[in-house]
Design a protein around this ligand. Structure first.
Ligand code: NAP
Length: 273
């Protein structure tokens, strides 16, 4: 690919493409927004996207653009991958709790002078009727539960890598919803799994909470509609939610949606940045 490059005074690399050339893009994914962006970019002659997944799920949903799976080997590995692939722009569409990959993307893009755009999903806000207790981490949520004298039915709506923390509160009965069955983790003694991929609507969530006699929910503040059903259902049933706060996450240009990302990329394809 022939890219005409020059640097702005602040060191940003301007990659203006000649006519008929495609802008090579890396999308850091694993989210609804990344998949939506992949669908929007598929077949668009201006762009040549690659969607990157960490490899956390055994059978990821097929996507209409080329995919790669697995870590890059830190910021250095990502820098090498971007340079070797002549990538002209990066979209960080990772989950709000995936802080390390965003940090690596910020370092790699700054080092190479590449434009970085981040699709940032707004957090859910506590409304009247919600019964939230905010905690800093899965470990902090588990230590809150560890203080309970009586066992409760706890719904863990978390990634499987967060579940080990609840071994510290072994008196409870847990129901965990994950995409794949976890293995090799030190888990609480009474835990059952529902293996499901979202979205989940509020009425199905209300049924699940009632059928399973759930007394408390532990959730991340993921934002978006796909997993908000349980928060609505909990509010309706007056159930408490232990809400794990979002980590600090580095980001590039803030893009409100996959559609906004297309506009941002189109600008780079047309004029460089
Ligand atoms: P993380 O803590 O930020 O990243 C840990 C390591 O995983 C990174 O250093 C990187 O390895 C690799 N990695 C993460 N995302 C990657 C991607 N999209 N492509 C290639 N490598 C990636 O991330 P995480 O919280 O484990 O999340 C992993 C993936 O699951 C992300 O893609 C995220 O969007 C998705 N996800 C996460 C959550 C959550 O609650 N954390 C929820 C839903 C979806 P190297 O350093 O070797 O490059």
């Amino acid at each position: 690919m022939i890219v005409q490059s020059e640097r702005t005074p602040d060191g940003l690399l301007i990659n203006a493409l000649g006519s008929g050339q495609m802008l090579r893009i890396l999308i850091l994914g694993g989210t609804t927004e990344a998949s939506a962006l992949a669908r929007l970019l598929a077949g668009d002659a201006r762009f040549s996207p690659t969607l990157s997944l960490a490899g956390r799920t055994a059978a990821p949903t097929p996507q209409p653009v080329p995919m790669r799976v697995g870590g890059f080997g830190g910021a250095e590995g990502l820098t090498r991958w971007l340079a070797a692939g002549e990538i002209a722009a990066v979209i960080d569409a990772t989950h709000p709790y995936a802080a390390r990959i965003s940090q690596n993307a910020a370092i790699a893009c700054a080092g190479l002078g590449l434009p970085l755009g981040s699709i940032i999903r707004p957090a859910w806000e506590e409304r009247p009727g919600d019964l939230w207790t905010q905690t800093a981490s899965a470990e902090a949520a588990a230590s809150l539960l560890a203080g309970d004298a009586d066992p409760r039915r706890v719904f863990l709506s978390l990634g499987r890598l967060d579940l080990g923390a609840f071994a510290a509160a072994p008196q409870h009965d847990y129901l965990a919803r994950t995409i794949d069955q976890p293995d090799g983790l030190d888990l609480p003694p009474r835990i059952r799994f529902i293996l499901q991929r979202g979205p989940f609507d509020a009425s199905a969530e209300a049924r699940l909470l009632a059928e399973e006699s759930i007394a408390v929910i532990v959730s991340k503040n993921s934002g978006g509609a796909a997993t908000y059903g349980k928060i609505d259902a909990a509010c309706e049933a007056r159930l408490p939610v232990i809400m794990i706060a979002r980590p600090e996450k580095r980001h590039g240009a803030v893009l409100a949606s996959p559609e906004a990302a297309i506009g941002w990329l189109a600008d780079i394809a047309a004029h460089g940045r």
